[in-house]
Design a protein around this ligand. Sequence first.
Ligand code: DGL
Length: 250
Amino acid sequence: MVKSNNPKVCVFDSGIGGLNLLYECVRRLPCVDFEYFADNFRMPYGNLAKDVLMSYVEEIFGAINERKPYVVAVACNTVTASCIDYLRAKYTFPIVGIQPAVKPAVSAGGKCLVLATQTTTESTAVKNLVKQYGGDNTNVVAVPKLASLIEKNEGKADRAEVISLLPNEKPDTVVLGCTHYIYVKEIIGEYYGCPVFDGTDGTASRLCGFFGKTERSSQRAQSVTFTGGDCAKNRRIFSGIILSKGGFPK
Ligand code: DGL
């Protein structure tokens, strides 16, 4: 197998949430190496005090920095919302952050419900995002226990249990403002009976913008590795995502 000098992208989430974004990036950039960083044993990040969250993120970015990444994708809305400005000021590599897909959801019209962690909901970043794109028709609601439920059940949480945690609202669109919620997108869509948006596609597209055509099309061998937290679990769930999508269709 030929293997050499692929650019490296580091992808980071508190746990399994970022694996759907990882899949999408690996699929679109077959000539880029990926390393997935997670912190499964210390998640959820969404209810942590700011200084504790910052200390965990600092620790992980210290390890990411040692890899000399070409670009980093923060696959965690909570970290994007509260730490990305600080991280961008501190490190020289570019950092792409996932954030709630408020803009496309609001463009679809009607009332928009954004579901996110406590920290994301209370952040200035998300308040500004809603001010910019959402106007008065957007409601951001925290679902504090949902990410842990999904993490604990490896993405296969029980329907009734998920529904019991969802706010009683009647939206026309829903935005998943936490990457863990993507695993139960279908349940959420059926429950509210409306389209559900998430930031995977937009974030993967922004990441692709850092690469030329060669990295997207050539045939060099690609490596995907896992660091931090429960690597075996993250690898297993990632393999499950690949299977469920039928491999890496173009
Ligand atoms: N997946 C993360 C997010 O997108 C956070 C989940 C958590 O650790 O609370 O916000």
